[in-house]
Design a protein around this ligand. Structure first.
Ligand SMILES: CCOC(=O)c1ccc2c(c1)NC(=O)[C@@H](C)N2
Length: 116
């Protein structure tokens, strides 16, 4: 297989991604929303995002900064809050993931700053 270049930053981002993904106990953010099963999804969400896509972006060095990584996490959460109305399980899961994920990201950002 193509040798993945595991820079310290990549390893750091993958570690944070694993911590964030653990909080998605229902695993509703693991993969892109299936457009065959949710045909109107792209009518409401212009830039879909999910954990598997974030993992690919890490491996392909598509995150130039920790902020860019945080932005994709927040995009993923806000897409879900936008598409799914308040009373749905999906909307509630997004609020919970955002709350738990913010604490993880805040701590990680301080680590990233100290690494320099
Ligand atoms: C079997 C059909 O799967 C779904 O309808 C579905 C599966 C996963 C979903 C989702 C919908 N909607 C979302 O907003 C994101 C967060 N996750």
């Amino acid at each position: 297989t193509m040798e993945l270049q595991l820079t310290p930053f990549n390893v750091f981002l993958r570690t944070i991604l694993d911590l964030l993904q653990e909080k998605d106990s229902a695993k509703i953010f693991n993969e892109p929303v299936n457009l065959k099963e949710v045909p109107d999804y792209m009518d409401f969400v212009l830039h879909p995002m999910d954990f598997s896509t974030m993992r690919k972006k890490i491996i392909c060095h598509q995150y130039p900064s920790f902020l860019a990584f945080e932005n994709d996490f927040n995009l993923m959460v806000s897409n879900c809050l936008h598409y799914n109305s308040q009373e749905t399980v999906f909307h509630q899961a997004a609020l919970r993931l955002h709350k738990l994920g913010t604490a993880i990201l805040c701590n990680a950002r301080h680590q990233a700053e100290s690494i320099g």
